[in-house]
Ligand binder design. Structure first.
Ligand SMILES: [Zn+2]
Length: 235
């Protein structure tokens, strides 16, 4: 088995090449993201590379699919080709050097213009700024849809705030302030809504008692599904 790497767009496709007596070439992507190409002994490497390149889109799709289930804890490299989540979908980074910094979503890509593409901290900062700008829009919309529920459960002035939190998805304070973790912008909207409704239910029950869960289930019957999805995606 040999480790190979071929350029593809702004990134590369890495794969293990196995030779055996089979007649056709086979490509398999494993849940850990590794790609194994099995080729007939006599096929020249050039031909294999062309074939792998023609299958690049499919390979990336498979990898993205498996990545949905992979823990997020892996440290990000902020390099072109790396996958980053936004509203539950994986997008690939495409980093370009430019005089001005900007982040844009286009097709399956998050396009980042940055002064120095080797400055990972700067890229991370720009990306976080972009995530925050998106979170403001989507969190506010979701909150707007749940305003009636908040009013029903509390006679205080309820307000929504968001910040990067390390170890929780949200919190609810006695004064009626609800915090959402900005990290949630990486999850599907139904998961963000689940956290929001969970926190809103805390306006009535400031604990995780049976009555709290009764209320949550009444207001969001499928909350457990969204919770599982969130934990699979972002834990
Ligand atoms: Zn809670």
């Amino acid at each position: 088995m040999e480790l190979k790497s071929i350029p593809y767009g702004n990134s590369r496709i890495d794969f293990c090449l196995k030779r055996n007596k089979r007649k056709t070439l086979g490509i398999k992507v494993y849940p850990n993201g590794s790609t194994v190409v099995t080729a007939p002994i006599e096929t020249p490497y050039d031909k294999i590379a062309v074939k792998v390149k023609s299958k690049a889109q499919w390979i990336n799709k498979q990898k993205d699919f498996f990545m949905l289930f992979e823990p997020r804890t892996k440290e990000k490299l902020y390099e072109s080709g790396e996958s980053h989540l936004y509203l539950g979908k994986n997008y690939r980074l495409k980093i370009t050097e430019s005089n001005t910094n900007s982040v844009k979503l286009k097709g399956g890509y998050i396009l980042i213009d940055i002064k120095d593409k080797h400055n990972k901290n700067a890229i991370e900062k720009e990306l976080k700024k972009w995530y925050k700008s998106k979170a403001m829009i989507h969190f506010e919309n979701l909150y707007h849809n749940r305003l009636d529920l908040a009013k029903e459960l509390s006679n205080k002035e309820v307000s929504l705030k968001y910040k990067w939190l390390n170890n929780r998805w949200g919190s609810c304070f006695i004064d009626g302030t609800i915090y959402l973790n900005l990290e949630l912008i990486k999850a599907p909207k139904e998961c963000i809504d689940y956290v929001l409704v969970h926190e809103i239910c805390h306006l009535d029950h400031h604990n995780h008692s049976t009555s709290f869960y009764k209320l949550l289930t009444k207001k969001l019957p499928k909350w457990k599904m969204s919770k599982d999805k969130l934990e699979k995606l972002l834990s």
